[in-house]
Design a protein around this ligand. Sequence first.
Ligand code: AMP
Length: 288
Amino acid sequence: MLTVRTVADLRAALDPPRRAGQTIGLVPTMGAFHAGHRSLMARARETDDVVVVSLFVNPTQFGRGEDLDAYPRDEARDAAIAHAEGVDLLFAPTVEEVYPPGAATTVSVGALTEGLCAVERPGHFAGVATVVTKLLVMAAPDRAYFGAKDAQQLAVIRRLARDLHLPVEIVGCPTVRDADGLALSSRNAYLNAAERERAGALSEALGGAADAVAAGERDGEVLRSRAKRLLRVRGVEPEYVELVDPDDLRPVAVLDGAPVLLAIAARVGRARLIDNTTLEPSQIPCNA
Ligand code: AMP
């Protein structure tokens, strides 16, 4: 595996395989790799000829008072994991390489970046959209792989790729979870043992709502209330529990058969955790 730090070196490394007709898969990350990241690398490895992982803690997606400085960083460990997953190229640029002095352009994706996590994290998705657009232009991959765990991020990236006519396939990959259901996240490292135990409430609340749908419930407000109750009994106060359309992220009041995204955010200790599930009422008979 080769590590490169400049856009010029990245393009020089990708030019020969591209000319030879090989496909390129990109996995954008902020490092601190866990099995969720590894699953994206493995999926890319299965699909594409050349696998590029970008490792960049993007300052513009962190708000004031957020954990930019505390965010876990260990490039040597991450490089060893990427190597073990069969990654060909690790792109680990500096902040100056990604944002050269005077950089003034940002990518804004409209209403998709106003609700859900954007309420607590204003500006976050402009930072995400800008850096992902840059990475897609830098590496010009055939495919780019993202986790469904960050559902709003995935919707924003799908939309920007479509709106900007970027010739890339955005591949969404399933959320990887711990044995108790907690979605893996680099921020789980902030949890102490008691908080780690309470954090299991997020996936439990999602499961409770999915069970209610399976039992025939179609009222969005009832489903949201049930999920909130399941969080609160475990001592977790939700930041939001929302039912939205998975593509345009507009609120859904009643499940009418189309897949709906149930998304949760909550602070547990120092960690801000998110999770979601797709409720698919059409696959479940109402009288089951
Ligand atoms: P991050 O390093 O947190 O920016 O995440 C890099 C990529 O890994 C994003 O596309 C995330 O959605 C994805 N990811 C993070 N956690 C998980 C998980 N538990 N399962 C699957 N993908 C994940």
